[in-house]
Design a protein around this ligand. Structure first.
Ligand code: UD1
Ligand code: UDP
Length: 388
């Protein structure tokens, strides 16, 4: 007797979830005799999500369209809980699959638990041990970890953190992070497309360049202000260097950043970049200044030093390998460390990067590009399709 395909409800809501879920979605869609996935977007993000789904050619079966301008954590969570509840009641999936630490992930995991659905958690076990950093993501990820059945840990360190919390051994696997699957696929596909990006970002076409991103809630207010002051100092000190900053659409980020930095001629404040364009920008840069989780994971594969504007990270592997450095949001420290890296990389090196997206290294601490296949195989092994 042949069994029917597994029907996972794959939920995503933000830009990084879409990037990191795309390889698993593609894996499931490529194996129709084994999987009949239902893809649900909560729409926690709108434009920034659409950019990624478009690139990976993913059309959600269900779009809950929840984003509201300037949404609050409580409002978003409440809307998400109710909308996911309705979705599960209507579609009766075999399991829930979530990735990471957002409000979408935490809310969906709670609702699936109420429905006694098996829960698959990608990127499980990342911890700083501090509920306030990253805030509220450390909490969101831990909540998902309490109720998850399959914990897909990207690294050995993440698996160890889960063991310390009492997660049973058979429920943990080190799968690698799907972010590397997505990066390798994208770099391979885009290697020849450099002209497209030099015309979109002419100021980044050659010479020295610093790439910047930032959006963490715990940095709102003084942290973000200090980072902007440091960037203004650097832009004046290095007038020949292009500072390229794709600004997150959160009004609490966009407002202060444009106000503080908009007047500087070599500071290029641009809208959120399409994922392949962002990969190209990372590859072109000499140094990256960011508080992003995903960028901390991607930059080491491209051989780029990352300065992390946070005091703690739940991704310590790159720091331990000397590929990333925590600089916090102290103005002097940021100026000193960016200066150090700009002086380290000579112009010959900058020139050698002009050829476009290079092949990322396979020796990333975060994965080998095969995570999605491992996760899909484990799902089939561990979760039975329900009879319909
Ligand atoms: C969210 C996640 C964070 C993740 C980040 C990735 C939570 C609590 N936060 O933070 O963990 O690192 O996404 O980027 O889940 N906006 C738009 N268009 C968009 C996206 C956002 O206009 O496409 C604006 C809206 O005004 C929205 C606001 O940004 O209300 C905040 O979005 P939200 O998802 O609540 O928080 P992020 O800071 O994006
Ligand atoms: N990214 C992108 N365009 C941008 C900035 C980032 O496509 O302008 C990608 C980046 O390559 C990474 C992900 O978005 O894969 C990180 O998202 P973000 O920093 O918003 O969230 P976090 O990873 O911190 O949760």
């Amino acid at each position: 007797m042949t069994s029917s395909p597994l029907r996972p409800l794959i939920v995503l809501g933000t830009r990084p979830e879409a990037i990191k879920m795309a390889p698993l979605i593609r894996e499931c869609l490529d194996r129709p005799s084994e999987f009949a996935p239902l893809i649900c977007s909560t729409g926690q993000h709108r434009e920034m999500l659409a950019q990624v789904l478009g690139y990976f050619q993913i059309t959600p079966d269900i779009d809950l369209d929840l984003m509201r301008p300037g949404q609050t954590l409580t409002g978003l969570t409440a809307d998400c809980l109710l909308a996911i509840d309705k979705t599960i009641l209507e579609h009766r999936p075999d399991c829930l699959v979530v990735q990471g630490d957002t409000a979408t992930v935490m809310s969906s995991a709670i609702v699936a638990f109420y429905h006694r659905l098996p829960i698959v958690h990608l990127e499980a076990g990342l911890r700083t041990g501090d509920l306030m950093a990253p805030w509220p993501e450390e909490f969101n990820r831990r909540v998902a970890g309490i109720v998850a059945n399959l914990h897909c840990a990207p690294t050995v360190g993440a698996a160890d953190a889960l063991r310390r919390e009492g997660v049973p051994e058979p429920n943990i696997r080190v799968t690698g992070n799907t972010v590397i699957d997505a990066l390798l696929w994208t770099a391979e596909r885009e290697r020849a497309a450099t002209n497209q990006w030099t015309s979109l970002y002419p100021f980044a076409a050659e010479g020295s360049m610093v790439l910047i991103t930032g959006h963490r809630r715990e940095n709102f207010g003084s942290g973000l202000e200090n980072m902007c002051l440091a960037l203004a100092d650097l832009a004046v000190a290095f007038p020949e260097t292009a500072f390229v900053y794709p600004v997150h659409l959160n009004p609490q980020v966009k407002g202060p950043v444009h106000q503080r930095l908009g007047h500087l001629p070599n500071m290029h404040l641009v809208p959120p970049a399409d994922y392949p364009g962002f990969v190209w920008l990372m590859d072109r840069s000499q140094v990256i200044l960011t508080d992003s989780g995903g960028v901390q994971e991607e930059a080491p594969s491209l051989g780029k030093p990352v300065l992390v504007t946070r005091e703690k990270t739940e991704r310590p592997e790159a720091v331990e390998a000397g590929l990333a450095e925590l600089v916090g949001t102290d103005r002097e420290r940021i100026v000193a460390r960016v200066t150090h890296w700009l002086q380290q990389t000579d112009s010959a090196d900058a020139g050698s990067q002009r050829s476009g997206t290079r092949a990322p290294s396979l020796s990333s601490p975060y994965g080998d590009g095969q995570a999605a296949g491992r996760i899909a195989d484990w799902m089939l092994e561990a979760i039975q399709p329900t009879a319909r």
